[in-house]
Write a protein that binds this ligand. Structure first.
Ligand code: ADP
Ligand code: MG
Length: 263
């Protein structure tokens, strides 16, 4: 099949092949890497590996960027930006374990509990970004947003079941701010169906300002709350954050700093 070709000939052949394979990075790097290969005396296999590695790295980076975009995080906040000094009681070992995202293929859940301002949304987003980087599709919304979405699906042709099925492609659903707004009976029922359908099928990451003992207040029904908690925590890591709101603390420290400097 192959025969020696002129360099011009091979250039246009490669351009054509790269286009057909939809591997634009290879098109960009093959010439420069060929020079490097000649300079350094790489084998054919080494050259091929170097070219493919660049293509795979670019594809993974593009995939991550796309997943982060489609996840609809309210803001891009990373775990690297999260200052654990402000959370002395936070279990670092557990956070380090969650960072590996190995809980996602196991369909395990994460529950973040704590008062407003302690970094629940920040941590949820940071873990979501780790998941995107590891190749898992993620979708973020508030609890109220999820209930609206489920209610719309419920009233639409096709209904709730098909919506829940569609959500299966997201390996982690983030449900932020559960407990800020109480649910009526319909909302509680829709939400329960989501939790029940995800049980052992796909990860949920839930943040709430209310301890489990108060979830009955969210759903106006202790039985449904207990059934929900039962399914959620069966395979879950629960992280509790506490302390003063990060916003309040930062503001207070700024004021203290200014007063001491004026003295
Ligand atoms: P919550 O969701 O618990 O109400 P947020 O995650 O919205 O709190 O945090 C409030 C603000 O403080 C955000 O801008 C967040 O990035 C920041 N923040 C909170 N905790 C930390 C922390 N430990 N390190 C860095 N930033 C933090
Ligand atoms: Mg929040």
């Amino acid at each position: 099949m192959s025969s020696p070709r002129g360099t011009e000939d091979i250039g246009s052949t490669l351009a054509h092949l790269v286009k057909a394979m939809k591997t634009p990075t290879i098109g960009r790097v093959f010439e420069q890497l060929a020079d490097t290969a000649r300079d350094r005396g790489w084998s054919h296999e080494e050259y091929l590996a170097a070219v493919l590695e660049r293509q795979v790295a670019d594809r993974e980076a593009n995939g991550t960027a796309l997943r982060i975009q489609t996840a609809r995080f309210p803001a891009v906040k990373t775990l690297e930006d999260f200052n654990t000094d402000y959370q002395p009681t936070l279990r670092q070992d557990l956070l380090a374990h969650l960072e590996t995202t190995t809980f996602i293929p196991k369909a395990n859940n994460v529950i973040l509990l704590g008062p407003p301002g302690v970094g629940k949304t920040h941590l949820a987003t940071g873990l979501g970004i780790k998941a995107c980087q590891a190749g898992h599709p993620v979708l973020f919304d508030t609890a109220a947003g999820w209930v609206n979405r489920l209610a719309e699906a419920h009233h639409r042709h096709g209904g709730l079941a098909s919506e829940i099925k569609r959500l299966r492609r997201y390996r982690m659903l983030i449900i932020d701010e559960l407990g800020y707004l109480p649910f009526d009976a319909d909302a509680a029922n829709l939400f329960f169906q989501l939790v029940a359908a995800r049980y052992e099928q796909g990860s949920l990451l839930i943040t709430s300002n209310l301890a489990f003992s108060r979830w009955g207040e969210i759903f106006a029904d202790d039985t449904i709350a207990a059934a929900m908690i039962d399914r959620l925590v069966h395979h879950a890591e629960v992280l509790t954050l506490d302390g003063e709101s990060y916003r309040t603390r930062a503001r207070r420290e700024l004021i203290e700093h200014n007063t001491t400097h004026r003295k």
